[in-house]
Write a protein that binds this ligand. Structure first.
Ligand SMILES: NC(=O)c1ccc[n+]([C@@H]2O[C@H](COP(=O)([O-])OP(=O)(O)OC[C@H]3O[C@@H](n4cnc5c(N)ncnc54)[C@H](OP(=O)(O)O)[C@@H]3O)[C@@H](O)[C@H]2O)c1
Length: 339
């Protein structure tokens, strides 16, 4: 199958390209900057002469140039960042990109058309959600962009289009080409920048497990379909305990009720817009964790055979990669430094 992949120079997209190529597919990338293909794909062992079209997912002309000859699409391009400075880019990109790519792919007869959504689209306070739960009413620029993007995909599904929606949890793992939001937060935790953490929790999934699911959905017979791929539910106590076991460090941290953190994170995110360096309290992140939404991944386990790898493996490999690439010092990576 020839598969058009958007976001192939990003974290989820690059690992998904590697999984699709390993599964025997041909891939074409729609990229803004071809010079990013090498740095994203070389560490994953994918040949960087991969077919590509230069363009933007919000531009119908770019998408029209990229689709001919492709049988299927994986739409993994979007802006994922809870830093308040990313809001304009999120507003410009996420919903417009989903609308442009998914509709054009369906109109071109691609099958399947896979949309990378997020557990963010399903957030519900202290509830357990399934892939078919109602879309979230939780506020926040990124969260609402994922809600509105998934609404586009669900509308197409409602009309019978062969659209598959994958809803990953917070994604971690090695080889993140942009060192994105989750990897930077883990790096900053190990740099001691998070002495307090909000109560609640969120799901954390390994990027390699998400990539395997993306490869698996291209073999599905029954479409439309939706799959939650959340990984493990992680609260502050679990995360810090895991990091202490892995690094051998003390990593002191106080878990604070998230409602008490909201006014502080709101103020810091307002200040963030005029601050050149990152302030370690993204309001949307506190909101996200505070909902403590639990995700039911029974369908993905049963139909796709997904078994999430352990948190120890995911956090361990991510920290080793952060250290190997010079983002953590020996003392910050602790016991994970190769001897
Ligand atoms: N990371 C997570 O924790 C997580 C969790 C759940 C769901 N997701 C979803 O997974 C998807 C990918 O996220 P990610 O973490 O892989 O993000 P990422 O590493 O920042 O990658 C984003 C990708 O999208 C591309 N892109 C952004 N705007 C574009 C535009 N206007 N036109 C063309 N390409 C554009 C980027 O291209 P450049 O390389 O040129 O910037 C990059 O390839 C998103 O839909 C995100 O919401 C992510």
């Amino acid at each position: 199958m020839k598969i058009l992949v958007t976001g192939g120079t990003g974290f989820v997209g690059s690992h998904s390209v590697a999984a699709l190529v390993a599964a025997g597919h041909d891939v074409r990338l729609l990229v803004r900057s071809p010079d990013r293909i090498g740095p994203a794909l070389e560490p994953l062992g994918v040949r960087t002469t991969v077919d590509h079209v230069v363009g933007d997912v919000t531009d119908p002309g770019s998408v029209a140039r990229a689709l001919p000859g492709c049988d299927a699409v994986l739409h993994a391009a979007a802006v994922y960042d809870l830093d308040a400075r990313a809001r304009p880019a999120i507003a410009r990109t996420n919903v417009a990109g989903a609308r442009t790519v998914l509709r054009a792919a369906v109109d071109a007869g691609c099958d399947p058309v896979v949309h990378v959504s997020s557990t963010a689209a399903l957030l519900r306070r202290r509830a357990t959600v399934t892939p078919d739960s109602a879309l979230s009413r939780t506020r926040g620029p990124y969260i609402q962009s994922k809600v509105a993007s998934e609404a586009v995909a669900r509308e197409l599904q409602g009309a019978g289009a062969p659209v598959v929606i994958v809803q990953p949890g917070a994604v971690l793992g090695p080889d993140d080409p942009h060192c994105g939001d989750q990897a930077r937060r883990l790096r900053d935790i190990l740099r001691g920048r998070y002495p307090v953490w909000p109560s609640g929790g969120l799901h954390v999934v390994d990027v390699r497990d998400v990539a395997d699911v993306h490869a698996a959905v291209f073999t599905l017979q029954a479409k439309p379909a939706r799959y939650l791929v959340p990984g493990h539910f992680v609260d502050g106590a679990t995360m810090f305990a895991t990091l202490r076991v892995l690094t051998g460090r003390r990593l002191p941290c106080l878990v604070v009720p998230s409602p008490a953190m909201l006014p502080v994170s709101w103020t810091m995110s307002a200040l963030q817009r005029i601050t050149p360096f990152h302030l370690p309290a993204d309001h949307e992140g506190v909101v996200f964790i505070g909902t403590a939404t639990r995700c039911d991944d029974t369908r993905a386990r049963d139909e796709l055979g997904v078994e999430p790898r352990s948190l120890i493996e995911t956090y361990g490999d991510t920290i080793r990669w952060l250290h190997r690439t010079g983002r953590l010092t020996d003392s910050q990576a602790g016991a994970l430094v190769p001897r």
